[in-house]
Each structure stands twice: as structure tokens, then as C-alpha cells.
Design a protein around this ligand. Structure first.
Ligand code: FE2
Length: 363
């Protein structure tokens, strides 16, 4: 989860991307390592010249002659902008241009990368920088461990998810990517969101049923050595969320998911609707030898969770739109999920309209 105070302030300035990056300790605050004081910017010479013409910025010189701009606008958290500062290591014009090029986009604001900040702080060697160096190195080590765990889990899941084309590894990859996208918009914990997304179908009730899905996931994570890193409470919570996001005809409706679980559930549901959801529905129907449509059977949205989970019942693929796909738009958890679902839902409605017209030979 990111601390977005600085992101919001910087976005309000509407500075052009590729022309600036936030410098100093701001990124440490964004990552929750410590509070940052003022916000400093490195900028291109072009942006420097543009800003100094505005009322909000005023040119001044440091005692060594380096030029900079002091912020005079309403926001007291913003301090200076500079494009060439000989007094600071690596901050000549060329170095600054290179750091702007390598800057990280966080929530729409550009930050000097953590690698560059680490190098700069190591070179500047003020006492407070050395404290920051330790903080950054510890943080990077944890990030590296998280990356390694996610890679290990993804590899294991890939070996285990070998069901039909609707529930293959690509479904898991799409859900993970969608979940990460929603996670950024909703400012949640990306590691937990990714873990839940990766694990959500491993012991799915219709693909790889086990007596206790949550327990089986905890054991799987134990086997992978994950508990050593994330702790028992987090491991349990991830296993609970991952085992309770499936639709199951409404059977999981009472589950108390964490925000990360809700995000992974939205991502899974988004992959169940729209063009992707329809492609998966017909792929699954084909794998189960189902008819595409049967007008004699009609469609029925009101089936019980028990009926929904009866894999032997006779059904056709268009029925699945009514018993699940068309319901998902109203079951999304997050604002981002709801917005994305609206578009996908409308696309399905258009498809059904076309489908029935073609069935009747009208088009
Ligand atoms: Fe899924």
C-alpha cells in the first residue's frame, strides 16, 4: 500500500511527463519508509525556463552559483526545482536528464528511481542519508523476497492449473494482471493481491476439488516455504481469500474478504465477462460437450447455488450468461472493478442481441 500524499500534490501541478521527476526522500514516504519533508523536483532546462515565467516559481541562486526555482505557490509542501546542481553528486544537467529518463511512474507522478536515490544518498554521505541508505536497502531486500515468492508460486500454479482452455494458466495470468491494475487504482497491497489472484483456482470446486480448499492452500504455501516469510496470520488470510472468491452460483456471497481479496475477486469476475468471458464460456461449453444454445430449454437466471454446482445437469452455453455472466456487473466490490465491468457487460448485451437475431436468421 502506498502513501499517496505526495502523488496527489504532484499530480495537481500537471507537470509534463518526461520533463521532471520528484527528487530526494519523497519516494521513501510513498513506500511508507519514513515521512518526507518538502518536495523537491529535478526538471529539464526546458521545463525550468517555462516554470520560471509563472507566478508560482521564482528563480534564485545557491551560494555556489547553482540556479534553482523556489516554489511560491499555495502548497507549502513544495520547495525547489533545479536542472543543474553542481553541489550535489550526479546532479549536473546530464545526470539529471538521465534520472528523469529512468524515473518511475507511481500513480501518475514521476519519481527518481529507488536505485538512483540509493546511489545518490551513498555518494552524498550526510548522516541522515546513511540512515536512509539502510532503510532503502532493507526495503529492496524485502521487495526482492516478495518477487521471488511470487515467481515460485506462479511456477507451482502453472504446473497445477492444466484444466480446459477457460481455466488454464492464461486465465490466472490475466486475473493477476487485472488484479494488479485494480490494486494500483485502489491503492492496496500488491503482493497480497497477486498471491490471492495466483492461487484462486488451484483447488477450484469444479476443476480440482478437495475437501477443504482453504486448508489445502495453506498446506501448499507451507510446502513452498512461504510461511517463513509472510507469517502465519497473513498466510491464513491469503488462503481464506483465495478459497472464497469463486462465484459458485452465489454460495460465497457471505464471505468476508479483505480488500485484497475483493480486488482479486473483481479481477476474476472481469475475466468472466466481456469478450474474454464469452470466449471462456464457449470454450468451457465445448470441453463439456454442451450445446451452444437450445431454445427449447430457454434460459433461467434463477437457479440455486446447489443447482449451479451440479456439474451433471444438462445445460447450454447461452444459459451460463444468465445464471452467471450477466449478474457479475452488480457484484463487483471496487469502484475500478465496477467501471470496467460496465463496459464488458454492455458488450455482452450487444453480443446476445446479435446472437438471437442471427439464430432467427434476421441478420
Ligand atoms: Fe478464476
Amino acid at each position: 500500500m502506498l502513501n499517496t500524499r505526495i502523488v496527489q500534490i504532484v499530480k495537481s501541478l500537471n507537470l509534463p511527463k518526461g520533463e521532471y521527476a520528484i527528487f530526494g526522500s519523497a519516494l521513501l514516504e510513498v513506500y511508507g519508509l519514513r515521512d518526507s519533508g518538502d518536495i523537491d523536483f529535478i526538471v529539464t532546462k526546458k521545463l525550468f525556463d517555462e516554470l520560471k515565467k509563472t507566478e508560482d516559481w521564482e528563480e534564485f541562486r545557491y551560494s555556489n552559483g547553482d540556479l534553482a526555482l523556489k516554489y511560491r505557490g499555495a502548497n507549502k509542501d513544495i520547495d525547489v526545482a533545479f536542472y543543474d546542481c553542481q553541489a550535489m553528486p550526479g546532479c549536473d544537467e546530464k545526470g539529471i536528464r538521465a534520472m528523469i529518463k529512468r524515473a518511475e511512474n507511481i500513480g501518475g507522478a514521476m519519481f527518481v528511481s529507488l536505485d538512483d536515490i540509493l546511489t545518490w544518498k551513498k555518494n552524498f554521505v550526510r548522516e541522515k542519508d546513511l540512515v536512509d541508505v539502510k532503510l532503502i536497502e532493507k526495503f529492496m531486500k524485502v521487495q526482492q523476497q516478495k518477487t521471488e515468492i511470487l515467481e515460485k508460486v506462479e511456477q507451482k500454479v502453472k504446473e497445477m492449473n492444466d484444466a480446459d482452455a477457460a481455466h488454464d494458466h492464461w486465465h490466472v495470468v490475466r486475473v493477476k494482471n487485472l488484479a494488479q491494475k485494480i490494486c494500483v487504482a485502489e491503492n492496496s497491497d500488491e503482493f497480497r493481491v497477486s498471491m490471492i489472484a495466483l492461487l484462486h483456482d488451484v483447488f477450484d470446486w469444479k476443476l480440482n476439488p478437495v475437501e477443504d480448499e482453504e486448508k489445502a492452500l495453506r498446506e501448499l504455501l507451507d510446502d513452498l516455504g512461504v510461511s517463513k516469510f509472510i507469517g502465519e496470520a497473513d498466510l491464513k488470510s491469503i488462503a481464506y481469500d483465495a478459497s472464497h472468491i469463486s462465484f459458485k452460483g452465489g454460495a460465497n456471497r457471505g464471505a468476508k474478504l479483505s480488500l485484497e481479496g475483493q480486488i482479486a475477486q473483481d479481477a476474476d469476475r472481469l475475466d468472466g465477462i466481456g469478450a474474454m468471458g464469452m470466449a471462456r464460456t464457449f470454450a468451457y461449453g465445448g470441453a463439456k460437450n454442451r450445446e451452444i444454445y437450445n431454445p427449447d430449454d430457454g434460459v433461467n437466471p434463477d437457479i440455486s447455488p446447489e443447482e449451479y454446482q451440479n456439474l451433471d445437469r444438462k445445460s447450454h452455453s447461452i444459459q451460463h450468461f444468465y445464471e452467471k455472466l450477466l449478474k457479475l456487473k452488480d457484484l463487483m466490490n471496487t469502484k475500478t472493478g465496477r467501471e470496467m465491468a460496465q463496459h464488458r457487460h454492455e458488450f455482452m448485451e450487444k453480443f446476445l442481441d446479435e446472437f438471437y437475431a442471427e439464430w432467427e436468421g434476421e441478420r
